[in-house]
Design a protein. Sequence first.
Length: 105
Amino acid sequence: MGQAKDRGTSEDRIAAAIRRRAVAHPPVIHCNCCKAELSNIGAADTSRLKGIEIAFSAHCAACDQDTWAVRGDIAAVKAFYAALEKAAGQAVQLGTAKPHPHLDD
């Protein structure tokens, strides 16, 4: 106990979490299929997904495919994509993403 107090008030910690989340939001996601830049990105609630830090998705109108950007533990990310495959009933294409340049600011 007491460690949270060392990081500031509850309001300060909430504000810091909101800032980290905003910085982590990618400006664009590239479609895994046709490589189009997708800017209409939605954030997924990952609060109940153990090992997943953040997850975003976007739908590509050009090729009618969904693309996900997920960050977390390797095993958790693999499990996330396995769940996507099960829900879609087909294999999903995995891509890679570079970390946001200002994530550690």
